[in-house]
Write a protein that binds this ligand. Structure first.
Ligand code: CMP
Length: 137
């Protein structure tokens, strides 16, 4: 059994498609082991995306991630990390395969509806960033 972190980003929350996106996860056999709607602070967003701090898009990424509430979840299942990546589609929705979350709900590479951990190791760190052990069932 594997766990991964999902963030439903401010654009998708604003579009009121949280339930539709969570349904994609459950329909693919993943379980929602924890979930929370929250407003990220600037410090939260800068720390979570610290790996991108030197990238030219970092400032816009942080501004976007604090522009409204997000829904953070721990998804669990066999191969949960890669299944979630497949469900999301490519980072740039213009390149995302038909039927993926980003193809269906995202508008741009910044407002791209969802984030998902890109390795099992990063997933463990990202889950710890948002959830304590007692919040994960
Ligand atoms: P995410 O999976 O949340 O990880 C970092 C985010 O930076 C990414 O999704 C995109 O929304 C955003 N981003 C903006 N520009 C780029 C870019 N050129 N390459 C990768 N990510 C980008």
């Amino acid at each position: 059994m594997e766990q991964t972190l999902s963030i439903i980003k401010p654009d998708a929350v604003a579009k009121n498609v949280v339930g539709k996106i969570l349904d994609r996860f459950e329909s693919a056999g993943l379980r929602i082991a924890a979930t929370r709607k929250m407003q990220l602070s600037r410090a939260d967003a800068e720390a979570f995306y610290a790996v991108h701090a030197e990238r030219p898009f970092f400032g816009e990424l942080v501004e976007f991630m604090i522009s409204g509430p997000v829904v953070v979840s721990v998804l669990e299942g066999v191969n949960a990390m890669s299944i979630n990546r497949d469900l999301m589609g490519a980072t740039n929705p213009k390149e995302a395969a038909a039927g993926t979350i980003r193809a269906d709900f995202a508008d741009s590479i910044d407002a791209n509806a969802v984030h998902g951990s890109d390795s099992v190791e990063n997933a463990a760190n990202e889950i710890k960033f948002f959830f304590s052990d007692r919040e994960i069932c």
